[in-house]
Ligand binder design. Structure first.
Ligand SMILES: Cc1cc2nc3c(=O)[nH]c(=O)nc-3n(C[C@H](O)[C@H](O)[C@H](O)COP(=O)(O)O)c2cc1C
Length: 323
């Protein structure tokens, strides 16, 4: 898949997740064969006001590239200003625009999926950003605001005309939030109408889901979001299925412990032990969600307070496999 001038190594894109797709997580997922990773969403106002916490989101590394930074905003003026500041302060490859966030705090400002209610304004906004950015600009949308206003085809054509280099579609409406099933059928035929890559998002939890999404939509890219949490090997499995038609077995429990250890080290290195451990509470239980006999360890991992405790739980898990 090629996005503007950026050639990707594989079809899997790690979907942006606020609070999750930190630099540490992106580097970690890159190691499993992700073609592209996307940052947490970054507020244009936070950038314009030079908010220190927002600036933290601009940190990238050579190892993870190509990487996309995702911007959200509700006005051409503040977003174009933010793009210029981002370009001066970050090393990255692609700018992604968020037109899908359903959170009321975001939509009530006119940002995120609120843009889908006004495709004409969305097109003007996208065009202004494309003109300002020196990097390729991509967009992430949903099927529409709700079932009565599905406009994914119309919006995609508007975005392509505005100069957007790839479109990721979360195959749910804003009204659905994250519930119900992702509807790949709703974008059947869209990739064939577009000359830019289409990336499908929603409910990719196994390599077979990715294959089904591709067969239905003929998309060029597959976005892995929640399915990659605690299951990074999913990216490798999708690549193997797409490239060699090979079904790779799921990782063993000790593989999962090794992956969890790797992420633990990376997050603590990036954020320090206090914050890193608190963020790991949201990651580590996922690594053991489909394993039997480890429920007590999973619960413990959601409440741990130190790195030492984490490694003690990992050792107990490994001992429990051997017994
Ligand atoms: C915790 C969480 C945070 C998310 N944050 C963002 C975000 O910042 N920007 C965005 O465009 N999508 C965000 N998403 C949506 C995902 O990128 C993805 O499109 C969605 O979860 C559907 O894919 P899935 O069913 O495979 O998880 C988020 C999803 C989750 C679960």
């Amino acid at each position: 898949m090629k996005i503007g001038t950026i050639e990707l190594d594989g079809p899997v894109v790690i979907g942006p997740m606020a609070g999750v797709t930190t630099l540490a997580y992106r580097e970690f997922m890159k190691g499993f064969g992700a073609g592209l990773t996307v940052s947490e969403m970054i507020s244009d106002c936070g950038i314009d006001y030079k908010n220190a916490r927002t600036f933290e989101y601009l940190k990238t590394s050579e190892k993870e590239r190509p990487v996309a930074l995702q911007l959200f905003g509700s006005s051409i003026e503040s977003s174009t200003k933010a793009v210029k500041i981002i370009e001066e302060n970050a090393e990255y490859d692609i700018l992604d625009l968020n037109f899908g966030c359903p959170v009321p705090k975001v939509t009530k400002t006119g940002a995120g999926s609120a843009w889908l209610l006004n495709p004409k304004a969305l097109g003007e906004y996208a065009e202004a950003i494309v003109k300002t950015s020196t990097k390729p600009v991509t967009a992430k949308i949903r099927l529409g605001w709700d079932d009565d206003s599905i406009n994914v085809f119309e919006v995609s054509h508007i975005l392509e005309k505005a100069g957007i280099a790839a479109i990721a579609v979360h195959c749910r409406t804003k009204a659905q939030g994250y519930s119900g099933k992702a509807r790949y059928e709703a974008i059947k035929g869209l990739q064939d109408e577009l000359s830019i890559p289409l990336i499908v998002s929603g409910d990719i939890f196994a390599a077979e889901d990715a294959l089904r999404a591709k067969q239905i939509t003929n998309c060029q890219g597959i976005m892995v979001a929640r399915g990659g949490l605690g299951n990074p090997f999913l990216v490798t499995q999708i690549n193997a299925l797409f490239r060699e038609n090979k079904i790779l077995p799921n990782p063993s429990l000790s593989d999962q412990v090794a992956y969890a250890k790797d992420l633990t080290e990376r997050l603590i290195n990036l954020k320090g032990e206090y914050i890193g451990v608190r963020e790991l509470r949201g990651h580590l239980p996922h690594f053991f969600r489909s394993q039997t006999g480890v429920k007590a360890f999973r619960i413990k991992l959601a409440t741990i307070s130190t790195k030492e405790e984490i490694f003690a739980v990992f050792n107990s898990i490994l001992r429990s496999v051997k017994e």
